[in-house]
Write a protein that binds this ligand. Structure first.
Ligand SMILES: C[S@@+](CC[C@H](N)C(=O)[O-])C[C@H]1O[C@@H](n2cnc3c(N)ncnc32)[C@H](O)[C@@H]1O
Length: 207
């Protein structure tokens, strides 16, 4: 892979997503993780400090990018919970059916190649009644903002290494068969000045 996607982008992402507003949302999300936990699209490990050793028996993380995995080595060495890192992608998880109590994605469904396939894999590896925790930026509910998201997504896919601004992740999670109560979009705060293009949702879906 290229210098941009494997070296520059992982560094940029840590800078761009290192804001305390994002950290607070990561902490609130993964603080709900229980039991055998899988995180998909682990990146450089920004969620890791927030897993609670009182509740998490073991964390497995999957990340396809070598550059991200290199950056994650530091975080993994200081993990508060037992953790194993498995190279791979969400579309073909190398785990048996019903292996996990919790699956987590954090700003990842925007970037995977095939969302329905990743969600089908998450459902497959979750135990019945297991929880899928996700924090994602999504397609806006506002028609004007949506137009800009559609226009800018081709550029964002290049700059953000596959990241889409216009994915309706909650609808896709429901279409994949999860139980998901109504989700409120947070329009203004998480991404500061870029928030109009990056409304976020944080939710728990049940298998
Ligand atoms: C925007 S980054 C977020 C990283 C991290 N979750 C965070 O919160 O900082 C998206 C991540 O998804 C990973 N990713 C891209 N395609 C993927 C796929 N098909 N399966 C799993 N992860 C993928 C990328 O390599 C990247 O680490």
């Amino acid at each position: 892979m290229g210098l941009y996607s494997e070296t520059i982008f992982p560094w940029l992402l840590d800078k761009a997503l290192g804001h305390p507003r994002i950290a607070a949302r990561r902490a609130a999300l993964v603080g709900q993780a229980r039991g055998q936990v899988l995180e998909i699209g682990f990146g450089s490990g920004a969620t890791l400090p927030y897993y609670d050793p009182a509740w998490v028996t073991r964390l497995t993380v999957v990340e396809p990018s070598d550059g991200m995995n290199r950056r994650a080595a530091h975080a993994l060495a200081a993990s508060p919970v037992p953790v194993v890192s498995v190279p791979g992608a969400g579309e073909a998880l190398p785990f048996g059916d019903a292996s996990f109590d919790t699956v987590v994605t954090c700003l990842t469904l925007c970037s995977v190649s095939d969302v329905p396939q990743v969600l089908a894999e998450i459902r497959r590896v979750l135990k019945p009644g297991g929880q899928f925790l996700f924090f994602e930026h999504v397609l806006s509910e506002d028609a004007d903002r949506q137009r800009w998201q559609h226009r800018l997504t081709p550029l964002q896919k290049v700059v953000g290494v596959g990241c889409h601004l216009n994915r309706d992740s909650a609808a896709m999670v429901r279409a994949a068969g999860f139980a998901l109560p109504p989700v409120v979009q947070e329009q203004e705060r998480a991404f500061g000045r870029l928030a109009p293009l990056l409304p976020v949702i944080s939710a728990v879906a049940l298998r």
